[in-house]
Design a protein around this ligand. Structure first.
Ligand code: G1P
Length: 264
């Protein structure tokens, strides 16, 4: 049973500067609530019972966002609609645990920071830059995992010019999306396909041992894509062409587009 999810939030948000200096991008609104709450809705709706948020000392405001504020709650007591929103947040926070990533050493390192809290053989990894709207992608991954009994990744066919922004996979079997190669942000020439990893991963916990020995890769960071590529030698990996609409919240332009799309 997949019951736990990791959401890495310790990144510097450089693509969103200067706005992300004051407020982490994950707390930016995407309607009446934050991007992070939308992602958490997806997790809990998919049956996840505990989410591990990987933050840094500089992003403690995320912890504050989820902490109970009694005096505020007392002040707005009579405004029932707003109290309900805060009550929902309190409910969510009961299923959240925080861990710290000391230095921004990359996505692979962030995942490793949550190792001690992961109890079962498989867990979900969700990147908050990627919103998948209209259809629960985490649920889709869990269903495919039950069928294949392996790790699975959300995939999307992208345009050639976008290849260098993503982790790209190659296939042993294109029909069944059995993956045999993964490269982080390859050149167009070296890309094994036009299928990109989008921020939903269902991973076997054997990834942790590989991450411990993983050398820095693209951008001088410990890349989860490199560790997954090593894992391919021992374990199966399948892709999932998810049904929902992909909204890229990882750039200012993408964020604005996503906001408009969700509030149509
Ligand atoms: C990360 C992953 C990359 C993946 C992408 C999806 O990249 O490293 O493999 O394709 O998320 O959004 P980042 O957005 O952190 O550069």
């Amino acid at each position: 049973m997949v019951k736990q999810a990791i959401i890495p939030l310790a990144g510097l948000g450089t693509r969103m500067l200067p706005l992300s200096k004051a407020l982490p991008k994950e707390l930016w609104p995407i309607g009446s609530r934050s991007i992070l709450e939308k992602i958490l809705d997806e997790c809990f709706d998919a049956g996840i019972t505990q989410v591990i948020l990987v933050i840094s000392k500089k992003k403690e405001i995320i912890k504050k966002y989820f902490s109970k504020n009694k005096s505020l709650e007392n002040t707005i007591k009579r405004k029932s609609e707003i109290s309900q929103t805060l009550a929902n947040l309190n409910k969510m926070s009961k299923k959240i645990k925080f861990v710290y990533q000391d230095k921004p050493k990359g996505l692979g390192d962030a995942v490793l920071c949550a190792e001690k809290l992961i109890k079962s053989k498989y867990f979900l990894l969700i990147l908050p830059d990627d919103i998948i709207d209209g259809y629960n992608c985490s649920k889709e991954l869990i269903l495919l995992h039950k069928k294949k009994k392996s790790s699975v990744l959300a995939l999307r066919q992208i345009k050639k010019k976008e290849i260098q922004r993503y982790g790209i996979v190659g296939f042993e079997n294109t029909k069944h999306l059995k993956i045999n190669k993964m490269i982080e942000k390859p050149t167009i020439k070296s890309a094994p396909s036009k299928f990109a990893i989008i921020g939903r991963y269902l991973l076997s916990r054997s990834i942790f041992n590989l991450l411990k020995n993983q050398k820095r890769g693209k951008l001088g960071e410990i890349q989860i894509t490199d560790a997954m590529n090593s894992m391919l030698k021992r374990e199966n990996f399948y892709g999932c062409k998810f049904k929902g609409k992909y909204l890229d919240c990882g750039t200012i332009k993408g964020y604005i587009k996503s906001f408009i799309e969700i509030n149509k």
